[in-house]
Write a protein that binds this ligand. Structure first.
Ligand code: SAJ
Length: 417
């Protein structure tokens, strides 16, 4: 039996490698020639602990192979990006392209699974695209249990940085378009899954994925809103949350410069787009979290003003250092990062020099490099006038308070309280 995984990114490649490491023949499909070539050399094009080792042995063992276009297989898994368009509407163009490309090689008895985070109804829509492309086959929406092709929605829920563990250990929601579809999908994941397959229908599974990330977004928004309130009230929000969390039924998350990444800052908008009237809390949470970088800039402006009032330097002589650019601690991923947003806002506003410190990268994106300078942690600690803590990387947490001479600090992570 051949498994075809379409989209070899942060989810597809680990999933392909997990099947291959259980001696299943896997063909990975990606439109990016560089990714295909890299994988076929037994190497990886993304950063994820342990993934390099698993891919290398899967490719060397002949179990995993990458290609640009789908060929015949028995099961197809789609794990392509589902971004939103400018107006926060989900953009399903990559799922559609994947469905149409695999439709050409689909045969009776095949299983098609959508893993990409998608709006409710996306699996039914995908099944329609497949049915239109292949009128010679029957699909669950027409033929139910008797369909030639089985289709399910099975969302991923792995945490970047811990993908190889969570992929295997986490329980998995299986949303088949019919009970047979769910059974077939469960059987497939059970090849590597140690967690449980929990069966539901496709629409509930789609909503479940969106719900998980919206739950986290709303809870982080609560912490971020508290941080604004506490700043006005002269209360240390970190101490407050630690105290409140001593209550047996309270568990508040941590505030920060905003919410980033490719999931939590995106997925709640899928719910809002489909339910604009009802999804009031979810929309507001998104707005609270998206507004946080601007609030941090206001804090930086105030701190710079205080600094200037206490020194004989001019604004143009001041050096403001931003600590951290990644979207969360101890990773090198700068995409969709609120820390990057703050660094840009500070650099655009600042009359003096803007420095950035990011121990996990060797260079910064060109746009930021035009307005800010990447410096070492030591340089920033010794020579910057104002410090802005944005990401609680382990290196920053390890800084001894005695090394920090500047009283002018904006600490969005409560690391240097
Ligand atoms: N963050 C805070 N405060 C917190 C926790 C996180 O500000 O207390 C921020 C982080 O700094 C980051 C953002 O939230 O900017 C998201 O980070 P994260 O670690 O919460 O989540 P992701 O985006 O890396 O992964 C999430 C996970 N979802 C949940 O925990 C519900 C993961 O399990 C999903 O598989 C993933 O989204 C996904 O692909 O959907």
């Amino acid at each position: 039996n051949i498994i075809s995984v379409i989209g070899l990114g942060y989810i597809g490649l680990p999933t392909a490698a997990a099947f291959a490491s259980h001696q299943k023949k896997v063909i990975g499909i990606d439109i990016n020639q560089r990714a295909v070539d890299t994988i076929n050399r037994g190497e990886i094009h993304i950063v994820e602990p342990d993934l390099d080792r698993v891919v290398k042995s899967a490719v060397e063992g002949g179990w995993l192979q990458a290609a640009l276009k789908p060929t015949a297989a028995d099961a197809f898994l789609i794990a392509v990006p589902t971004p939103f368009k400018g107006d926060h509407q989900p953009d399903m163009c990559y799922v559609q392209a994947a469905a149409l490309s695999l439709a050409e090689v689909l045969k009776k008895g095949d299983l098609v699974i959508l893993e990409s985070t998608s709006p409710v109804g996306a699996t039914e829509q995908m099944a329609e695209w497949l049915a239109e492309a292949r009128p010679d086959l029957t699909f669950p929406q027409q033929a139910g249990e008797q369909a030639d092709i089985n289709i399910a929605y099975c969302p991923e829920r792995v945490l970047p940085g811990q993908v190889m563990v969570e992929l295997i250990k986490n329980d998995r929601v299986i949303g088949g378009m019919s009970p047979v579809c769910s059974a077939r999908a469960s059987e497939l994941y059970n090849i590597f899954l140690e967690g449980e397959c929990v069966i539901t229908n496709a629409r509930t599974a789609e909503m479940c994925k969106l719900t998980e990330n919206s739950f986290r977004d709303v809870n982080i928004a609560f912490a971020n809103e508290l941080s604004l309130i506490c700043a006005d009230q002269g209360i240390n929000v970190w101490e407050l949350i630690a105290l409140a969390n001593r209550h047996p039924r309270v568990n508040i998350l941590q505030p920060g410069p905003g919410v980033g990444g490719h999931c939590i800052a995106v997925d709640p908008w899928f719910i809002v787009a489909q339910n604009p009237t009802q999804a009031r809390l979810i929309r507001t949470a998104r707005e609270v979290n998206d507004g946080k970088p601007h609030w941090v800039l206001d804090q930086v402006k105030r701190t710079v003003a205080d600094c200037l009032a206490h020194s004989d330097k001019r604004a143009s002589e001041l050096k403001v250092a931003c600590f951290g650019l990644a979207f969360k601690p101890n990773i090198d991923d700068l995409r969709e990062s609120p820390a990057m947003s703050v660094a840009h806002l500070v650099a655009d506003w600042n009359a003096g020099e803007t420095w950035v410190v990011e121990p996990n990268v060797k260079s910064i994106p060109e746009k930021l490099a035009n307005e800010a300078t990447l410096v070492s942690m030591e340089t920033a600690l010794q020579h910057a006038d104002v410090l802005v803590m944005l990401v609680d990387h382990q290196q920053f947490k390890a800084i001894d308070g005695a090394q920090i001479n500047q009283p002018w600090i904006v600490d969005t992570k409560g690391v240097w309280r």
